[in-house]
Structure formats: structure tokens, C-alpha cells
Design a protein around this ligand. Structure first.
Ligand code: ADP
Ligand code: ASP
Ligand code: MG
Length: 406
């Protein structure tokens, strides 16, 4: 007997028929002799709607009340799935995050799971009851409901799998696995049998929404075997695993994009020691995360242009911080641009092979796409380009690195 955590995303529990379909899948796993805990998201679209309600009432809402609101979508689906399982003759019950509890830190709206008390759940499972846990939610140190950030049910599932010492964590979604790039944009995207934790971590943090970044961090840390597969078709998915489990290593394993970035240019900012600290210090103090940074060469030795990116959601706050310090920073102009996309090429092979970045620049040049900012790390190269070129860039790069399905 294996112990398995099965997680179903928003589309998979999108209506009552789909919830019944999920119940049948869970039943099949139980009939194979396995012990099962299920984690579900809210029905697709519900969390967006709840977020929107909060914003309509107050753009600067209290994050604790935001969590009280947005966590409710999952409470509906756990109850419905438990009923659907009971209809199939199975013993099942729902678990809200606070009922275990799933303990998190106090960062409401983007909380991190700190521990899960599985005592009650394990006792119920030992009696043959299927546990259906709400994803996305937990209990903060203030004893109030917290949520884990968008896409957080993946992290709930992996954390539960780690806490239960499960043999596997299966993430059921609306695609049948992890692809070389988003299959909804590049029709020639190729499904991967396996991908390393490190590569998946880069893919996720660079924009591939198929797994929340923290779920991959958690899986890597606790060595949870994660499989991503379809909740609609019966076929093996993609396994996220250790590097030594993968025989055929690709130079480039995937391409990701993120539309969540915005670019800010400070024109003619003073070129003297301490200026970068004077800009990025206050941004950090105001919770604005800066991602890519490029500083141009100073032509006159006195001033230079500085360009960097922040999350789109943080753009207004970043601009306010910089405008408030215009005199101190002595820049000429502030130029924001949110019509940008970050495209990233990822692969473990880059550690030992040169030329990956060059191929990226060449390919984009051939398509007449201008690169605005570049950043690199050991296993990825990212470029910022105009948003209109997203599809064109992804398809061209996908072909250039030989990733197209044959
Ligand atoms: P769920 O609601 O099940 O959590 P998500 O919408 O969060 O599903 O994630 C699945 C989506 O991730 C897919 O529909 C797909 O468009 C997108 N995606 C982005 N990059 C990739 C990739 N490399 N492989 C597979 N899917 C990807
Ligand atoms: N329902 C939450 C969201 O839409 C969590 C999730 O789907 O993973 O972000
Ligand atoms: Mg998701």
C-alpha cells in the first residue's frame, strides 16, 4: 500500500460534474489499495472573483480580512468533494486549514507554511477515511486564517505530502504534464517525462504557472516525488525528481515567460557612489521586489540612466517611492513601462556549455525583437522584451533550441 496525496486545481473542480469526476479518480486510487489524502483548490474563477470583491470595497484592504474572504472558495470544494465521495460509497471528510491546523507565518496574503499537525488526519485515515483538505489556507500566529499566495494549493499539497511522509504527490491539472514551454502558447511544446527540481524551480519562478514556486522549493527540500498529470485523461504525467534520475540531459529544458513585470527607467540619475543604495534601499523598505537591473555607462561622468524591473502589482508603489525622493536622487525623468514580458531560457546543461545566451540574442535579432534588459544565472538567461512579441519570441526560441515536438 502506498500513501498518496492527490491535488486537484481549479479547472479540475470547475463544476459539479468535474467534482464527480475527481471523486471517481480518488475512488480508483483507493481501489488500487492506496491510502489517499486529497487537496483541492477553489472552483476556477472563484478566487479571482473574491479578490475582486475585496478590491472593489477597498483597494488598500486589511490583508487579514482579505484572507478571511479569499480562503472561502476552497471551503466550498472540500465539502462538495467529500459529499461526492460519500455518494460513491466511500468514507470521507473535509478539513479546513485551521482544523489540522496548517500553521503559517503571519504574512497574510502570502503566508508560508511552517508546520502541519497531521495527528487528527492520520487517525481518521487509519480508520479508512479519505481526508479532503482545503488548499491555499492555513492559520497564522494571530490565530486568524491566512492564505499562501495565488496558486498556493500546490504548496499545500506538497507540504501535506511531506508531513504525511507520502510516497507521492500527484498534482492533477488541465494539462497532461510539464512541457518545454506553455503548451497554450506554443503548439509545438513537448511534454517532458521528467524534470529536475532545480529546473522546475527556475521554470516556476520565471513564470510557468503550472506549479507554484514554493511548492517546488518544498518538494526539493523534503524530497517529495511530485507528478504533474491531467485530471481529464488517463496517462502518465511528468515527474519532478533528482538530477541523477534523469539519463538524457538537455542543454535547454524549458522556456518560461512572465507578464508580471514592469520596467522603470530613471533618466539622468547622478553617477556617484551611494546612488544605487539610495534608490533600492527605500524600494526594499516599501516591500517592492526589484528583479532585473541595468545601469548604462555614464557619458559625461556625472549622470547615467538606470533601468530595472519590479512586479506589475508593485509599480504604483515603486513610482511613489521614487517620486517622493526626486530631489534627493536628482534624476531628470522617471519612465515607467508595463508593456513588457520577461522571457527566460532554462537548462542545467548551461553550466557546462557556452553559447546558449548567444543563440537567444541571435534568434531574437533575426525576428527584429529588441532586448531591453538581460539577466543571467548559472542555469538560465532572461531577457525583457516588448509584450507584443511574447508569442513570436517563445515560438522562435523553442524552435532554435530544438525543442519542437517532431
Ligand atoms: P490549476 O488550476 O490546476 O492549478 P494552473 O492554471 O495553475 O492550473 O496551471 C496549469 C497551467 O499552467 C496550464 O493550463 C498551462 O497553460 C500553464 N503552463 C505554463 N507553463 C507551462 C509548462 N511549461 N507546462 C505546462 N503547463 C504550463
Ligand atoms: N484558489 C487559489 C488561487 O486561485 C489557490 C490555487 O488555485 O492554487 O490562487
Ligand atoms: Mg495552479
Amino acid at each position: 500500500m502506498a500513501r498518496i496525496v492527490m491535488k486537484f486545481g481549479g479547472t479540475s473542480v470547475g463544476d459539479c460534474d468535474r467534482i464527480k469526476n475527481v471523486a471517481r479518480r480518488v475512488k480508483a486510487e483507493v481501489e488500487r489499495g492506496n491510502e489517499v489524502a486529497v487537496v483541492v483548490s477553489a472552483m476556477s474563477g472563484v478566487t479571482n472573483q473574491l479578490v475582486d470583491y475585496c478590491k472593489q470595497i477597498s483597494p488598500l484592504y486589511d490583508p487579514r480580512e482579505y484572507d478571511a474572504v479569499v480562503s472561502t472558495g476552497e471551503q466550498v470544494t472540500i465539502g462538495l468533494l467529500a459529499i461526492a465521495l460519500q455518494e460513491l460509497g466511500l468514507d470521507a471528510r473535509s478539513w479546513c486549514g485551521w482544523q489540522l491546523p496548517v500553521r503559517t507565518d503571519g504574512a497574510h496574503g502570502k503566508a508560508r507554511i511552517e508546520s502541519i499537525d497531521t495527528t487528527g488526519m492520520l487517525a481518521a485515515m487509519a480508520k479508512g477515511q479519505i481526508a479532503v483538505m482545503a488548499g491555499f489556507q492555513g492559520l497564522g500566529p494571530d490565530n486568524r486564517i491566512s492564505t499562501l499566495g495565488r496558486g498556493g494549493s500546490d504548496t499545500s499539497a506538497v507540504a501535506l505530502a511531506a508531513a504525511l511522509h507520502a510516497d507521492r504527490c500527484d498534482i492533477y491539472t488541465d494539462v497532461d504534464g510539464i512541457y518545454t514551454t506553455d503548451p497554450r502558447i506554443v503548439a509545438k511544446a513537448r511534454k517532458l517525462d521528467k524534470i529536475t527540481y532545480e529546473e522546475m524551480l527556475e521554470l516556476a519562478s520565471l513564470g510557468a504557472k503550472v506549479l507554484q514556486t514554493r511548492s517546488v522549493e518544498m518538494a526539493m527540500k523534503h524530497r517529495v516525488r511530485v507528478q504533474v498529470l491531467s485530471s481529464f485523461v488517463d496517462m502518465p504525467g511528468t515527474l519532478v525528481c533528482d538530477e541523477d534520475e534523469i539519463v538524457e540531459k538537455e542543454l535547454v529544458s524549458g522556456i518560461a515567460y512572465s507578464r508580471d513585470e514592469a520596467k522603470i527607467t530613471l533618466v539622468k540619475v547622478a553617477d556617484r557612489p551611494g546612488v544605487a543604495a539610495a534608490i533600492f534601499g527605500p524600494l526594499a523598505d516599501n516591500n517592492v521586489n526589484v528583479d532585473m537591473i541595468v545601469q548604462n555607462v555614464s557619458e559625461d561622468g556625472k549622470s547615467t540612466d538606470l533601468t530595472f524591473t519590479v512586479g506589475k502589482a508593485d509599480l504604483d508603489r515603486a513610482l511613489k517611492v521614487l517620486e517622493d525622493r526626486k530631489t534627493e536622487l536628482a534624476y531628470e525623468r522617471l519612465v515607467p513601462d508595463s508593456n513588457v514580458v520577461k522571457v527566460s531560457v532554462i537548462g542545467m546543461g548551461m553550466r557546462s556549455h557556452a553559447g546558449v545566451a548567444q543563440k537567444m540574442f541571435q534568434t531574437l535579432a533575426e525576428k527584429g525583437i529588441n532586448i531591453l534588459v538581460i539577466s543571467t544565472s548559472e542555469i538560465k538567461v532572461s531577457v525583457l522584451i516588448a509584450e507584443d512579441y511574447t508569442e513570436l519570441a517563445l515560438r522562435a526560441l523553442h524552435s532554435a533550441y530544438g525543442l519542437d515536438v517532431q
